[in-house]
Design a protein around this ligand. Structure first.
Ligand SMILES: CC(C)(COP(=O)(O)OP(=O)(O)OC[C@H]1O[C@@H](n2cnc3c(N)ncnc32)[C@H](O)[C@@H]1OP(=O)(O)O)[C@@H](O)C(=O)NCCC(=O)NCCS
Length: 180
């Protein structure tokens, strides 16, 4: 397996730490917040669901050497949100997506694009990925704006996991390089 992605890294305003068991309470801040979960399946998670999700995210790191990071303000270490590079099945093919969710107090300050650019850099420049996808609900224009600002472009509408109507965005390694 290639070397692991960094467990800790910095962006201009944030520090990221790879998910560990000790991050459960911060994950709960997102999973139990109706405003955050409105565009992530619709319903808040029960504590049990957060524990399951934490377990799945630890396994992603073990399987692939990357996965979910927790992001904090660099100066105060206040928890801002989570970001991820993870696999999903696109028409039966295993591909990688970039994803993010932030506490509402930190919305509209450009943090999601900052997190996304850092994760794209890791995916393309450290892990040699050839393309990275992102997906969201058609009505989640804010998330689509984050994708556009991060260099991804709209591909098509599709149904995620045979259940959720979604929009699909993508950036290729060549496109990433051309923006550097
Ligand atoms: C979606 C989310 C990640 C955005 O993060 P953020 O850090 O606030 O993103 P930004 O600071 O770049 O701001 C959002 C951008 O969308 C724009 N925007 C906001 N509302 C919008 C709307 N209704 N229509 C179009 N654009 C909108 C903002 O103007 C801003 O773009 P700009 O910088 O060009 O002005 C954050 O709202 C969030 O965590 N939501 C809950 C979880 C979620 O939906 N995650 C994504 C699932 S795919």
């Amino acid at each position: 397996m290639p070397v692991s992605a960094p467990h800790v890294f910095s962006t201009p305003r944030l520090v990221a730490e790879r998910i560990e068991q000790r991050h459960y309470s911060e994950l709960r801040m997102l999973d139990a917040d109706p405003e955050v979960m409105k565009t992530l399946g619709g319903a808040v998670f029960e504590p049990e669901e957060t524990r399951d999700s934490l377990g799945r995210n630890l396994k992603r790191w073990a399987d692939h050497g990357y996965g979910l990071w927790m992001f904090y303000l660099a100066d105060t270490h206040e928890f801002v949100g989570r970001g991820t590079l993870q696999h999903f099945p696109l028409d039966g093919i295993d591909v990688v997506e970039v994803g993010y969710a932030l506490r509402p107090a930190f919305w509209n300050q450009g943090f999601a694009p900052e997190m996304t650019m850092a994760m794209l850099q890791i995916g393309f420049e450290q892990r040699g990925m050839s393309e990275i996808y992102a997906l969201t609900l058609p009505a989640n224009l804010k998330s689509q704006r984050v994708m556009q600002k991060s260099g991804l472009t709209y591909q098509r509408d599709f149904i995620y996991r045979e259940k959720w109507p979604s929009v699909l965005y993508r950036i290729t390694a060549d496109e990433w390089q051309s923006t550097r």
